[in-house]
Design a protein around this ligand. Sequence first.
Ligand code: C2E
Ligand code: MG
Ligand code: MG
Ligand code: MG
Length: 279
Amino acid sequence: EVKRSGKNGYRFFSAIQSEQLLRQVKLENDLRSALSRQELSLYYQPIVEMHTGTIRGVEALLRWTHPEFGPIAPSVFVPLAEQTGIIIEIGEWVLEEACRQVRSWQLAGNPELTVAVNISIRQFNNAGFTTTVNRILKETGFDAALLELEVTESMMQNLNESMSILDELKRLGVKISIDDFGTGYSSLSVLRHLPVDYLKIDRSFTQELTTDTAAESIIKLIIDIGHTLNLEIICEGIEKEEELELLQQYGCRIGQGYYFYRPVSSEEMGLLLHRGTPA
Ligand code: C2E
Ligand code: MG
Ligand code: MG
Ligand code: MG
């Protein structure tokens, strides 16, 4: 593809641009076979009760180790998977793998352990998504009440449709979280009517909590709104003790971040749970 620009008509890609494009096309292509070649895996990041440091659940985070390029960040390959539609297949694998793995940790002595799974917009809008979730719950014997599906505000743009999908999911008994909350567009009147259980405060606010008074106000506001609407608040990206202390003062009880734990492989997560030691 050649980009049109300026009055002379065409502007050709620079060497760097075409290199990037080539790499992108290659990644897109390789992503199609990543699943069958077992290049995808799940990492797990503990989600903790702030007061005690107890691990209440984990978030499943997708990892891709490319045979040539090594680890590729989800921020790079998830959008590619979205564009090509392969995210439907990958997302189904993620859900099944996460439920199967966390079920085994539940049986090994963590009966209440929850799992949070990121859902992409293509998956969410795909007809039969609820049926897929239901099938996976049945097949893995996973308790629906311990599954949290993470959606984002941007998925709620077609409000009536989104509401009916959320209602269907809620009827299965699963929990719904709004991920990256505060970065998208959602009015309070919309939020009030959404059948959701958790708001996850986006890391960009947490990052600036101790240095930017606007970020601090926004966090306080989200916590208050959440509590008013009977939603539980989960704060993402906690890296410092000072952040933890402020968040607790504001009434936030659940958190996630490098201060507690980084995302770890399933093997490491199994060991962490076995040791049962708080951060
Ligand atoms: P997210 O859902 O907001 O996940 C949290 C991200 O923040 C993860 O990045 C996690 O590693 C990172 N993180 C957690 N605590 C901290 C911290 O204290 N400091 C910093 N700097 N980062 C922290 P990750 O694993 O790179 O994932 C990025 C995004 O990719 C996720 O953001 C999610 O939107 C998407 N993603 C990951 N796995 C999946 C998946 O299975 N399906 C879909 N559709 N998207 C996924
Ligand atoms: Mg998430
Ligand atoms: Mg997410
Ligand atoms: Mg997030």
